[in-house]
Write a protein that binds this ligand. Structure first.
Ligand code: GDP
Length: 304
């Protein structure tokens, strides 16, 4: 899609335009090309271990078909990246959510500044567009700005907002949100959490308390724990992913700010390293700028 192409422009420029230049004029892929490719992938934030896996797979194919030109290299790289992404992004996960569960509860985690509030707002809009009734829980009670922003997004996305005063217990906000979601027969509840990465045990306790409350009000909830990561921070995003997955079970990722960055390769690295599906990508600040991650479209867009 055009929005995706535009969102990935910078990554594409730095990564794949360089790739074409690198192999231009060469008649075959030799050690030198592979070394350069390795460097290119690492510097595009694909991550070292994922890069080595990709290079290894390409080496095997080069060993098989000895004379590989630039176009063929591009095709093979594209196939290998698509294969890596598909291992961790099963087709079934492309559905926005399970309609049979109501309220479908999404717990959103991530550190401050990554685009958590914006992603919640965009998600609310997406569900609203699909004709679903959405309620937002302002569970990041430690930041006045977060609560205010959720209200702004609630208005923008026509979603009801449940909030309490600053400093109140996030688990209590989650409780109120779900109780009222049931009373109002709402389809989807999206609940924010505080983004403080104080210490591992603290984070773990806080998140598990919220989860327990959710599960008490709606058995089986949260149905989705969505970790929001800022793709433009590259390796920091990987570090945050490590910390959150150590603290709680995360089953979906949203990677934001792909539009402003050349570090889009981090999508490939994170997907490979954590085996958690990338469900959404953020490609702008507007309410339409959240896309369900489509691995085929993503790879097409990067390599076109
Ligand atoms: P939070 O602190 O994690 O809740 O972060 P916010 O949702 O307030 O977002 C922080 C900043 O990032 C805001 O200026 C957002 O408009 C911006 N932002 C969020 N997502 C995206 C995105 O996908 N693309 C771009 N360009 N900006 C984004």
């Amino acid at each position: 899609s055009q929005a995706l192409d535009k969102g990935l422009e910078k990554t594409k420029d730095s990564m794949f335009t360089r790739l074409s230049k690198m192999v231009a004029g060469k008649s075959r892929v030799d050690e030198e090309v592979l070394d350069e490719l390795e460097e290119l992938l690492v510097s595009s934030d694909v991550g070292v271990s994922t890069t080595l896996r990709i290079i290894e797979r390409i080496e095997e194919r080069v060993a098989r078909d000895r004379y590989l030109n630039a176009t063929e290299l591009n095709t093979i790289l594209r196939e290998e990246v698509a294969a890596l992404l598909s291992e961790n992004n099963s087709a079934g996960f492309d559905d926005t959510y399970s309609e049979t569960i109501r309220p479908y509860v999404i717990m959103v985690v991530g550190v401050n500044g990554v685009g958590k509030t914006t992603t919640i707002g965009k998600l609310a809009h997406k569900f609203n567009q699909a004709g679903k009734k959405v309620v937002l829980g302002a569970g990041d009670t430690f930041r006045a700005a977060a609560v205010e922003q959720i209200h702004v997004w609630g208005e923008r996305a026509a979603a009801r907002v449940v909030s309490q005063k600053m400093g109140s217990d996030p688990a209590s906000v989650a409780y109120d949100t779900l109780k009222s979601a049931i009373a109002n027969n709402e389809d989807v509840a999206i609940i924010d959490t505080a983004g403080r990465l104080h210490n591992k045990v603290g984070l773990m306790n806080e998140l598990s308390k919220i989860r327990n409350v959710m599960n008490k009000v709606v058995p089986g909830a949260p149905h989705e724990v969505l970790l929001v990561l800022d793709a433009s921070t590259g390796q920091n995003a990987i570090e945050q992913c490590k910390q959150f997955t150590a603290a709680t079970e995360v089953n979906a990722l949203a990677l934001t700010k792909l539009d402003g960055t050349a570090k889009g390769g981090v999508v490939i690295g994170i997907s490979d390293q954590f085996k958690i599906p990338v469900k959404y990508i953020g490609v702008g600040e507007g309410k339409e700028d959240l896309q369900l991650f489509d691995r085929v479209a993503f790879v097409d867009s990067l390599f076109r």
